[in-house]
Design a protein around this ligand. Structure first.
Ligand code: SAH
Length: 398
C-alpha cells in the first residue's frame, strides 16, 4: 500500500476541508517539506493534531492532491476503491440500461469521491484516465477494484499528466482483457461513433456534450445550414445531419479531422460527400466566409479553452467575445449560435457577460433559448463548483 504521512493544515482552512472541499491547495498546508513523492496518503490534521481528512498527494494544474475521506479509520485500500467505484456504477444504472446509449462516464473524479480519476464506458470496454502521477501510483489497486466491480471486455487507460520520464516500458494504453476493435463502434442516443481507444490522447468523442448534441438533432437542426467550428471528429455535424440539416460545414485545424469526420458520417450512413469538411484555422475561415458573404442558420462554437497554433493563440477567457463577434457576422437573422466552452476558469455568469458584450458591441439583439452544463453521468461535487466546467448557451440572433 502507499505510504502515509501526517500534515498540518493552517487553522484558517480547517473548516473548509471539514465542510467537504475536496481539493488540497498548497497554501493551506503549514509545511510541504514531507511531500517527498506523489501517491503518498496524507493524514491531514489541525494544529492540535486532531484529524480532519485523508487525502492523496498528486500534482495537477490546480492543487496538489485530493481529499479521499473524512473518516479517521478509513483505510485507503482495495475495499475503499471498490466501495467508491461500486457506488458510482450504481448511480449510473439508467445509463447502463439505456438501449440507445452505450458510451458514458462511469466515474467522474471528485464528483464520485476521488479527484484526478475518471472512468468511461465504451460498449463493454472501460477507459481509465489518470490526471496525475499521484493517482497513477494507485493504479494496481484501482484497476483491481474496477475489475471486481464490472463485467468488462477490456480495460484501457490514458495518462493525462507529464510522466517526467517515469513508467518507461509500461504498455501505454491497453491494460487488460481483450483488445477493442479499431474502430470500436459505440452508440449515444442511437447515433454511432467510431472511436479508437488506443490512438493518441483522445478517443474521438467528448462524452460531456451528449445532451447538447441531442438538442441540436431533436430541436434545432431541421432544414438548417450548419457551421460547426473546432469540429474535431464532427460529432455536432453528425447530429445536425441526422436532425435534418440542409447541409453541414465542419472546420478544424487538425489534418486528421477530415478523415475522422468522414468516418463519423459514414458509420451513420450519411453520405459524407454531401457535407463540407474543411481543414483550416477557424479565424481564417471566418474571414473567408465574410468575404464570400456566407450566412449560416446555425453556428456551433466549441473551441478548446486554450490553443496555440502557428499563427495565433486562443484563450477562451480572453478571446471568446471576439470569437462570438466573428460568428454573429456570418449567422442569419433569427439564426442560432451554439456557444460552448469547457474553460474552468470562468463561470456561466461570466460567459453570459461575454455573450452580452459581443452583441452589444455589434449593436445587435439576441435571446437565449436554453443553456446546458454537464450531463448527469458527469457527476459534480456540490462543494466544488469549479468541477462543473461545461457551459453551453443556445443564442438566437434577433
Ligand atoms: N467540438 C468538438 C470538440 C472540439 S476539441 C466535438 O464536439 O467533438 C477542439 C478542436 O479545436 C480540436 O480538434 C483542435 O484541432 C481544434 N482547433 C484548435 N484551434 C483551432 C483553430 N484555431 N482553428 C480550427 N480548429 C482549431
Amino acid at each position: 500500500m502507499n505510504n502515509e504521512i501526517s500534515l498540518t493544515i493552517k487553522s484558517e482552512y480547517v473548516t473548509k476541508y471539514k465542510d467537504g472541499y475536496p481539493l488540497i491547495l498548497k497554501e493551506t498546508l503549514e509545511s510541504t517539506q514531507r511531500l517527498s513523492q506523489e501517491g503518498l496518503v496524507l493524514k491531514l490534521l489541525d494544529n492540535k493534531n486532531k484529524f480532519i481528512a485523508k487525502a492523496y498527494y498528486g500534482l495537477q494544474n490546480k492543487g496538489i492532491g485530493w481529499i479521499l475521506s473524512l473518516q479517521e479509520d478509513e483505510k485507503i485500500d482495495l475495499d475503499f476503491f471498490i466501495a467508491k467505484i461500486q457506488k458510482a456504477i450504481e448511480s449510473r444504472e439508467v445509463f447502463y440500461k439505456d438501449a440507445s446509449t452505450n458510451a458514458f462516464r462511469v466515474f467522474n473524479g471528485e464528483g464520485d469521491g476521488i479527484g484526478g480519476l475518471s472512468i468511461d464506458y465504451f460498449n463493454g470496454y472501460y477507459m481509465i484516465t489518470w490526471y496525475s502521477i499521484g493517482i497513477f501510483e494507485f493504479r494496481d489497486v484501482i484497476v483491481q477494484a474496477l475489475k471486481s466491480c464490472v463485467d468488462y471486455k477490456g480495460v484501457y487507460q490514458k495518462k493525462r499528466f507529464d510522466t517526467k520520464g517515469m513508467y518507461l516500458g509500461e504498455d501505454d494504453d491497453f491494460v487488460c482483457g481483450a483488445k477493442a476493435p479499431e474502430p470500436l463502434i459505440v452508440q449515444e442516443n442511437g447515433v454511432n461513433f467510431a472511436i479508437y481507444l488506443d490512438d493518441g490522447a483522445m478517443v474521438g468523442v467528448f462524452l460531456d456534450q451528449k445532451d447538447v448534441r441531442k438538442a441540436i438533432r431533436d430541436k434545432y437542426a431541421n432544414a438548417k445550414s450548419v457551421l460547426n467550428t473546432f469540429s474535431y471528429t464532427g460529432a455536432f455535424s453528425v447530429y445536425a445531419a441526422l436532425g435534418g440539416a440542409k447541409k453541414t460545414t465542419s472546420v478544424d485545424l487538425a489534418k486528421r479531422s477530415l478523415a475522422k469526420t468522414k468516418e463519423q458520417f459514414e458509420v451513420n450512413e450519411i453520405d459524407s460527400t454531401k457535407q463540407e469538411i474543411i481543414v483550416d484555422d477557424v479565424f481564417d475561415y471566418f474571414k473567408y466566409a465574410v468575404r464570400k458573404r456566407f450566412l449560416f442558420d446555425m453556428v456551433v462554437l466549441d473551441p478548446p479553452s486554450f490553443a496555440r497554433s502557428k499563427k495565433r493563440t486562443f484563450s477562451a477567457s480572453k478571446d471568446y467575445v471576439k470569437l462570438l463577434k466573428e460568428a454573429i457576422q456570418i449567422t442569419n437573422k433569427n439564426g442560432l449560435i451554439v456557444a460552448s466552452t469547457n474553460a474552468a476558469n470562468f463561470s456561466m455568469f461570466t460567459f453570459r457577460d461575454f455573450i452580452k458584450k459581443a452583441f452589444n458591441d455589434l449593436k445587435l439583439k439576441y435571446k437565449v433559448e436554453e443553456s446546458f452544463s454537464l450531463p448527469k453521468d458527469f457527476k459534480v461535487n456540490p462543494k466544488f463548483q469549479e468541477g462543473n466546467y461545461l457551459k453551453v448557451v443556445f443564442i438566437r440572433k434577433l
